[in-house]
Ligand binder design. Structure first.
Ligand code: APR
Ligand code: PHB
Length: 389
């Protein structure tokens, strides 16, 4: 079997890359280890930058997002029982859209399959080979049958736990990593969101976030210890902690049945370079950000926009330079987004290693961001998405 671009992973990165290449007349095959149902049901992120909304719309995948997505023009920072709005519209003229990653994945799968796109679900035992050659290959088994796919290029869109990054020989990659001393406990609840916009709350007991998926579905998070077990957190205990940490004058939190709950660790992670021979890493395969800045999905989208353009130029004109500089081009944005995600995380979370000075310093930072136009504009321009280079 041959394809121009073999794509490992049917998450947002792999699926969007496949769509962008198709629009340039370039053939690809997406290989996904999980079932279609599994990848479409995973509860993940939910905030789309304006750049992401525009790209999905231009790629012909934005209709349901336009109909069902919730356009937000700001967020609230909450501390010492008071709320302060960061007005994206006034500060940047841009907005964000709340639309679940799972819905983006569904839309991308639908459009690819409707246009004869090749996605192999439940593709087991993927491995990549001959990465420095002119025809790298991907091997999988499907229903126990071995399949080999010859490619011109391979895109490693297989996430943090995928096989592509580890297939790069030792000594090539440099890893930059920070693990945070806390995790997020997240719930999906059948409760109308108690705020029209996202609420990020700094509290003595730890960070809490109020988000949402639809006018009927709330998505809420609270900071917890990284070794917490979800079994120790009854619904009542979760709601009680959320009431305490989100408490604010003249406001109350609406509860509802908890449909899903889980605990996720937090890290900052980057590998350099994001390419080796004809293998190109994109999205979580190359970098992880703490979720505080809502950047994971959006950074994956930014990578594949760059990769799709580089591959298209190669086939159109034989140019290699955009492929050769793919990693450097992506990393400029990656490190600015890493900085923002680390900054939001450091400002809003309680660190056990911190002392009274650190707590006052955090409150001083929150006071500065909510009282200085320049500081608020800096947060806003990063949150809605820095301009694409
Ligand atoms: N073979 C085939 N597919 C694989 C393999 C493998 N060995 N390993 C992982 N995959 C698949 C996963 O099942 C998943 O569907 O690769 C896909 C990777 O998708 P994501 O993890 O969603 O990563 P990405 O597309 O880069 O999107 C980043 O997803 O995890 C969130 O927070 C992250 O919002 C961010 C977004
Ligand atoms: C979410 O809705 O899942 C969400 C929103 C904002 C974040 C992180 C997660 O910073």
């Amino acid at each position: 079997m041959y394809t121009q671009v073999g794509i490992v992973g049917a998450g947002p990165a792999g699926l969007l890359l496949s769509r962008l290449l198709q629009l340039q007349g370039i053939d690809s095959i997406v290989l996904e280890s999980r079932s279609r149902e599994y990848v479409q049901e995973r509860v993940r992120a939910g905030v789309l930058e304006q750049n992401t909304v525009d790209l999905l719309t231009d790629a012909g995948v934005g209709e349901r997002m336009r109909q069902e997505g919730l356009v937000h023009h700001g967020i609230e920072l909450r501390f010492q029982r008071r709320g302060y709005r960061i007005d994206f519209q006034e500060l940047t003229g841009r907005s964000i859209t709340i639309y679940a990653q799972a819905e983006v994945v569904k839309d991308l799968i639908d459009v690819r399959l409707a246009t004869a796109g090749r996605i192999i679900f439940e593709a087991a035992d993927a491995s990549v080979h001959n990465l420095k050659g002119f025809q790298p290959t991907i091997r999988i088994t499907q229903n126990g049958e071995p399949i080999e796919i010859q490619c011109d290029f391979i895109a490693g869109c297989d996430g943090f736990h995928g096989v592509c990054r580890p297939s790069i020989p030792d000594g090539v990659l440099t890893v930059y990593e920070r693990t945070y001393p806390f995790a997020w406990l997240g719930i999906l609840a059948e409760a109308p969101p108690s705020s029209d916009e996202l609420v990020y709350s700094y509290h003595d007991r730890g960070f809490a976030l109020l988000s949402m998926r639809t006018p009927q579905l709330s998505r809420l998070y609270l900071q917890c210890s990284p070794d917490e077990e979800i079994e120790n957190w009854t619904d009542d205990r979760i709601w009680q902690e959320l009431h305490t940490r989100l408490a604010c004058a003249d406001w109350s939190l609406t509860e509802g049945p908890v449909l899903q709950k889980g605990i996720a660790g937090m890290r900052s992670f980057v590998v350099e370079p994001m390419q080796y021979g004809r293998l190109f890493l994109a999205g979580d395969a190359a970098h992880i950000v703490p979720p505080t800045g809502a950047k994971g999905l959006n950074l994956a989208v930014a990578d594949v926009r760059i990769l799709a353009h580089a591959i298209a130029e190669f086939y159109r004109s034989g140019r290699h330079d955009l492929l050769d500089t793919y990693s450097a081009t992506c990393l400029r944005r990656v490190w600015k987004v890493q900085r923002f995600s680390w900054w939001m995380t450091s400002m809003l979370h309680r660190f056990d290693s911190d002392n009274a000075f650190d707590q006052r310093r955090q409150l001083g930072e929150l006071d500065y961001v909510t009282s200085s136009r320049a500081a608020a504009q800096s947060l806003a321009e990063n949150y809605v998405g820095l301009p694409m280079e």
